[in-house]
Design a protein around this ligand. Structure first.
Ligand code: ATP
Ligand code: MG
Length: 389
């Protein structure tokens, strides 16, 4: 029999991966309200922010608010998982399937069916976009099918009586894998849809994303308003965590809560992961009143659980960026202790610019002084360099 005052276990209590359910979205309330307003006004928005800050969670929350209010159809494509042309077509047409009156999977079914079947049983059920859907399947090249699928979204939005459409393109920096001309295709459709379709472009490489929308030689030049995503406030995390733990009959407040926040906040995923590990420890050991030692363990285990992600991120930095990160982890002035030639100095400047723009480093006190935005990533780099501090 469970003890009356034991912690209460619930699944997915502190979600640590991917976009979180709407009720677990911490902070960013003004950001979400502005997003809802922009997307229902026909604006295209570019949601940029450092890694794992909560872009997908926050945009999901905004578009689910929009859908609940009615009159908006939301389509989502995540280029983290959609990596080929026909996969894109499938994902887009599946989301249109309910509104054109067919079953999901229609594109693949039509594609594998023979030409004769396409005009008989399978076509019988199709709605107003049915003909366009079949035409899409008949397209000979994958590029034309991708273009056709995007075009279908516009056609849908322009149909009489259709709701407004919001298209969420997540991990947009990887969209070229689906089609090298994807940016041009989107530009064409955005112009053709005359404000009936709003796009939300999300990307975890802020520098790259900004370039796509601010370089006049690129197709999406000025096609969307850049909306940098802030971290949630530490106070907002405190409120969420205290009440969420309390609802599970765990006391997490005062010094315990402060220590948890100090180890991870305000970075969204780090804080959620630390909370999850403290919760797990409490549930497994029947602890209802964790102290500083438990929090220290939870911070350490959370950091370990994120190590694979950190390794992946570290591998993507170039040599110049790693040098700068190493200096910051060693608490060195990035302009000191090194004699560099002109080319190396330029490389350092470029690295500093990218690392601050991408939200990996923050400016500290004084010239040459930088600090990590994420304390856990800071400790990871220190360990990687042999714990030198
Ligand atoms: N607003 C939030 N409230 C609570 N937790 C959040 C929030 N945003 C992010 N998280 C935590 O961070 C994790 C990653 O969030 P999400 O996938 O939304 O971030 P992202 O910025 O889209 O990441 P990526 O850079 O990988 O695309 C979530 O699983 C959750 O643990
Ligand atoms: Mg994301």
């Amino acid at each position: 029999m469970p003890r009356v005052n034991a912690p209460a276990f619930q699944e997915n209590y502190f979600p640590t991966r991917l976009a979180v359910p709407a009720s677990d979205v911490v902070g960013r309330r003004d950001y979400i309200r502005n997003l809802v307003f922009d997307l229902s006004s026909g604006e295209n928005v570019v949601v940029v922010g450092p890694r794992r800050v909560g872009k997908s969670s926050v945009v999901n929350r905004a578009v689910s608010d929009l859908e609940k209010a009615g009159k908006t159809k939301v389509l989502t494509v995540n280029f983290g998982s959609v990596v080929a042309g026909d996969q894109f077509v499938q994902v887009v047409t599946d989301q249109l399937a309910p509104v054109v009156g067919v079953q999901p999977g229609w594109f693949a079914k039509l594609k594998s069916a023979g030409a004769s079947q396409r005009t008989t049983s399978l076509m019988g059920k199709l709605g107003p976009l049915g003909q366009a859907g079949v035409a899409l399947v008949e397209e000979a090249s994958v590029g034309r099918r991708v273009a056709g699928a995007l075009g279908l979204v516009t056609e849908f939005a322009l149909l009489k009586g259709s709701p407004r459409v919001v298209v969420v393109l997540d991990e947009f920096q990887d969209s070229a894998a689906v089609d090298p001309k994807f940016e041009s295709l989107v530009r064409g459709e955005a112009d053709r849809a005359k404000g009936r379709v709003s796009f939300a472009f999300l990307g975890s490489a802020p520098t790259m994303m900004r370039q796509a929308f601010s370089d006049r030689r690129r197709p999406l030049y000025r096609a969307g308003q850049s909306r940098p995503m802030p971290d949630a406030e530490v106070a907002e995390w405190a409120e969420y965590l205290e009440s969420k733990f309390a609802a599970a009959r765990i006391r997490c407040r005062g010094r315990t809560l402060d220590a948890l926040l100090e180890g991870s906040a305000p970075h969204a995923q780090n804080t959620m992961a630390t909370a999850y590990h403290l919760y797990r420890m409490c549930c497994l050991n029947g602890i209802t009143d964790p102290g500083l030692e438990e929090v220290r363990d939870a911070v350490a285990v959370a950091a370990e659980s994120l190590a694979d992600i950190f390794v992946g991120e570290w591998d993507r930095f170039d040599a110049g960026e790693r040098t700068v990160l190493g200096q910051v982890a060693r608490r060195l002035d990035v302009y000191e202790h090194v004699s560099l030639d002109h080319r190396q100095r330029n490389a350092r400047q470029r690295a500093l610019k990218r690392l601050t723009e991408d939200g990996v480093l923050l400016h500290g006190q004084g010239r040459g002084r930088y600090e990590f935005r994420e304390p856990m990533f800071d400790r990871f780099v220190q360990d990687r360099l042999g714990g030198s501090r």
